[in-house]
Design a protein around this ligand. Structure first.
Ligand code: NAD
Ligand code: TYD
Length: 359
């Protein structure tokens, strides 16, 4: 169990909240710095509300005075940067927020962390880590017969989201090479699991299916993705923090490749089985809701990751298969109707406004 003080950014979002929940230890402080954008939901961490060692601070990662004060107050032994704008479709219509957080925000965070780290005394200075959480999307789209991306594949991003993430990654690399900041980058494939905002494919399909709404498939639906259950990702990041090599990048993926259509059909078949009471019937199974819609501009055709490095160096491999992970995910959404309705009605935004004011 983690016994160190960690400062996590973006911990009210999907992966960050799963990471905090899986790693929190009442004996060690966990500081969650989150701007609480539409994607940040403090209720994701309700189970920690009464834990004095869980501290949520609403702030932008780019707010240097706030981050500096937190670093000095809590003296974390690692900073883990999840904070980002993350939805490709939103990046197409409003790229500015992506540049602002994923590049400019990452730059300010790096500056503040670098100043903190260089003032640390030995041995805290040697053991400090900055973990930057990134994505396979920075590598761009893979040709049909090409081998999976390795950590040395060049970045060739195709969306404003992936370009902004690649920009952040390059800054992190440069802070290691130029200033010696003990940074590590992880690049994971598409995650799914509990608490994912339903703008992303898997929760969107689960919730639309349960409400008898259309399941939009972009283009022909034959785009390939490698789907990773979020808890497997969290365990990989824990290992990287514990034993990853400074200055390195680690790919984290399941090793599988499914077309979007296959994933959606699998979810529909699981729902037919797990949820016979939903509006769909045997005459009209969930898959009958599948609707092909206009493709996303610049839509990457294929992602696949070679994860030999993390397996060899850190002994990591995913525990969940796509079907076991999907069953857990579907059950979580079925069992958390309150969470779903507060997301869908926007009630959690009202709660954030009441507790933290306008953002
Ligand atoms: P998310 O959109 O669910 O959550 C992002 C969180 O960051 C939210 O809580 C939001 O309020 C916060 N945030 C946004 N801008 C901020 C800012 N300027 N300052 C402070 N906080 C801010 O995202 P996620 O899916 O949990 O992704 C987390 C990280 O993992 C991101 O860096 C993303 O690029 C990366 N990643 C995600 C996936 C995936 O499939 N979801 C895959 C690989 C990598
Ligand atoms: P998404 O969950 O948005 O993740 P990313 O774009 O970061 O991979 O989308 C996953 C895949 O599903 C991607 O190929 C786009 C596709 N998709 C649809 O076909 N329909 C949808 O409504 C959404 C949200 C995504």
């Amino acid at each position: 169990m983690n016994t160190r003080t960690w400062l996590v950014t973006g911990g009210a979002g999907f992966i960050g909240s799963n990471f905090i929940l899986s790693q929190f230890n009442p004996q060690a402080a966990m500081i969650n710095v989150d701007k609480l954008t539409y994607a940040g939901n403090p209720h994701n961490l309700n189970s920690l509300t009464n834990e004095p060692n869980y501290i949520l601070v609403q702030s932008d990662i780019g707010n240097e005075p706030v981050i500096e004060a937190l670093l000095h107050k809590y003296q974390p032994e690692a900073v883990i940067n999840f904070a980002a704008e993350t939805h490709v479709d939103r990046s197409i219509y409003n790229p500015q927020a992506f540049i602002q957080t994923n590049i400019v925000g990452a730059f300010h965070l790096l500056q503040t962390v670098r100043n903190y780290w260089r003032a640390l005394k030995s041995p805290a200075r040697e053991s400090f880590r900055f973990l930057h959480v990134s994505t396979d999307e920075v590598y761009g789209s893979l040709e049909p017969d090409a081998p999976p991306f390795t950590e040395t594949s060049p970045c060739a991003p195709n969306s404003p989201y992936s370009a902004s993430k690649a920009g952040g990654d390059h800054l992190v690399r440069s802070y290691h090479r130029t200033y010696g900041l003990p940074a590590i980058i992880t690049r994971s494939s598409n995650n799914y699991g509990p608490r994912q905002f339903p703008e992303k494919l898997i929760p969107l399909v689960i919730l639309n299916s349960l409400q008898g709404k259309a399941l939009p498939i972009y283009g022909d639906g034959n785009h390939l993705r490698d789907w990773l259950y979020v808890e497997d990702h969290c365990e990989a990041m824990r290992l990287v923090l514990e034993a990853g090599r400074i200055g390195e990048t680690y790919n984290i993926g399941s090793g599988g490749e499914q077309t979007n259509l296959e994933v959606v059909r699998t979810i529909c078949a699981l729902l037919d089985e797990l949820c016979p009471q939903s509006p769909q019937s045997p005459q009209s199974p969930h898959a009958s809701l599948i609707t092909f819609v206009k493709d996303r501009p610049g839509h990457d055709r294929r992602y696949a990751l070679d994860c030999t490095k993390i397996a060899r160096e850190l002994g990591w491999k995913p525990k969940e298969s796509l079907s076991s992970g999907l069953i857990k995910t579907i059950r979580w959404y079925l069992d958390h109707q309150d969470w779903v309705s507060s997301i869908q009605t926007g009630a959690y935004r009202e709660w954030v406004r009441q507790h933290y004011g306008e953002i």
